[in-house]
Design a protein around this ligand. Sequence first.
Ligand code: NAD
Length: 362
Amino acid sequence: MTHSYRITLLPGDGIGPEIMAVAVDVLKVVGEQLDLRFEFQEALIGGAAIDAVGEPLPADTLEMCRNSDAVLLAAIGGYKWDSLPRHLRPETGLLGLRAGLSLFANLRPATILPQLIDASSLKREVVEGVDIMVVRELTGGIYFGRPRGVFTTETGEKRGVNTMAYTEAEIDRIGRVAFETAQKRGKRLCSVDKANVLEVSQLWRDRITQLGSEYPDVELSHLYVDNAAMQLLRAPKQFDTIVTGNLFGDILSDAAAMLTGSIGMLPSASLGDKNPGVFEPVHGSAPDIAGQDKANPLAQVLSAAMMLRYGLNQPTAAQRIEQAVLQVLDSGDRTGDIMSEGMNLLGCRAMGDSLIRALERS
Ligand code: NAD
């Protein structure tokens, strides 16, 4: 049976359009191979939208995203728009998109590819085989809790306040995403909190533990965040899926990603309850190499694979793309950012052609 999906493409700025073109070509080939029909619709975001219509997230872009099955985003931003007031900055468009689609779960994988193991700053034996997914809560916790602000006390001293707060419902919905993600992976989930000190974390731990009884096939463990940070660097292979709140997730997902050492290879997904998810590379718009056919398109292509797996529930198609990426790396093809001695240096488009050939061979 043919499955049809409407995908909104947001190429954005800088290298965005170059890497998006490669991901779309890859999706078209996989679609033909597996009888998936993709209807692509393109919309403006970031600096490109500011230049065209004077705002970073036009209303029709958000509407188009809401009415699609998934959103594939490249990157936004660049020097040209850096001096604009905050509400007109490209980054404001991205935050508006996440808020407008109520995306509360952020999934960031950190997978060490055997071909790029020497890009990691840790020893080969520590990182070889690492395959971690960090599920971070995105719309609650200390970044949004109230009261917040800088207040003046009775003695005239200034006092800064932020509030870490989670409701049971907020914990449950991120918990469910995490258990379901673990089910699609190695079936082990580690919940990270600071329950020895924080009441909000104790509630987090209690709810996640209770939820665990609904997922008997997933092995649940808990770690305090300070220990989790140490374990990530000491023995990262012990982790499969990690779930944590907004602040701890912000820090741990960057630390986990850097185990891999190569920013041009890292995809991510942001998921909500009812709206489509947004799938995008972790890197930015790389204005220093934009328009020069030097960008590494693999994080974008792997974001398309995440879209297939976590947004459209098409794991076979996702796997096909991930295999093609491994094959081109096996063949020695590299863009400049992951280049090493003896490998073949390719531009963005040629890397895309190599991926298509690998897919056609599979
Ligand atoms: P960046 O990720 O764009 O670039 C950092 C470095 O990594 C640069 O040297 C760049 O050339 C390189 N790089 C990044 N992606 C690459 C790729 N695919 N292939 C090869 N090299 C790559 O971060 P930055 O320089 O701090 O930010 C540039 C702009 O991107 C800023 O305007 C920033 O606000 C924006 N930004 C956007 C996002 C997003 O869209 N989600 C994320 C981060 C930064």
